[in-house]
Design a protein around this ligand. Sequence first.
Ligand SMILES: Cc1cc2nc3c(=O)[nH]c(=O)nc-3n(C[C@H](O)[C@H](O)[C@H](O)COP(=O)(O)OP(=O)(O)OC[C@H]3O[C@@H](n4cnc5c(N)ncnc54)[C@H](O)[C@@H]3O)c2cc1C
Ligand code: FES
Length: 266
Amino acid sequence: MARDTYRLRIEAPELARQVLPGQFFMIRSPGVTNLLLGRPFALYDVWTDASGAPAGIDIAYLVVGKMTGLMATWVPGDRVEVWGPLGNGFPPADCERLLLVAGGIGNTPFPAVAREALGLARYGNRAPQAKLPREAVTFCYGVRSAEYLAGLEDFAALGIDVRLATDDGTRGHKGFVTELVANLLQGTDSRGYRIYCCGPEPMMHAVAKLTARHNIPCWLSLETPMACGFGACFSCVTKVKQPSGEWDYRRTCVEGPIFHAEQLAL
Ligand SMILES: Cc1cc2nc3c(=O)[nH]c(=O)nc-3n(C[C@H](O)[C@H](O)[C@H](O)COP(=O)(O)OP(=O)(O)OC[C@H]3O[C@@H](n4cnc5c(N)ncnc54)[C@H](O)[C@@H]3O)c2cc1C
Ligand code: FES
């Protein structure tokens, strides 16, 4: 899809029928003993068969280490272990304007989020969404350098407003994606807006601050490293503010990975 970035297509109709945008899967290679733990990957999108029925899931991933390095060697016909769908997923986009903000490989949850918001696809057993017009959905996407921009054709095909930033200025705005967001919100009437964000923690920190300043509801998808993915090991806890105002720890894999920005200790 881009430098060191690949798409993995998994045939799994039962997972494809259940999964919601923003949920994730734990993926493992059967029979590989030096990689016992699975690794979490977000749903990129569901793919359908010739009759239009959900047939499987696509995952998009960046090679960073052992497992993703191994995944890049997989060939059609290989069998993989997948468990899921896991986590909560993004809430339905019941808003007037939806702003999707991604940093690096944090773009992966957004094709499905955007397609659902536009009324182009239904996921799981969710009721049909109120359809947003294409011009009401904006995708701000930042990466280090243009060669890491992944899936641009998928976002372009949706006809939404796509705004790009690169750290080195090789495409789009030269600088951080958060600057794109700040420019977009500058002087805008932010009523009716909602923001969904996924990416490196400092970026989400900055987006959460911006949205608090503009009083825009914002949900963040955390990429906390995980060992089990289903609530058993507590390796993924994050500090979350309770309705009482007190802080407590929550497992990102079951109570997340998506949290309202106000809940997090950012
Ligand atoms: C809910 C969720 C969804 C995710 N979705 C995607 C996705 O769609 N596509 C994608 O490419 N990645 C995604 N990730 C991150 C992905 O799980 C890691 O990149 C992967 O586990 C790395 O495995 P590895 O064996 O290749 O790397 P390792 O050999 O385990 O680690 C390589 C290096 O990456 C660091 N690292 C590993 N995991 C993380 C992490 N989660 N955050 C920060 N640093 C880490 C390690 O500290 C090490 O420096 C997601 C993570 C979570 C929690
Ligand atoms: S990864 Fe084990 S409890 Fe979350």
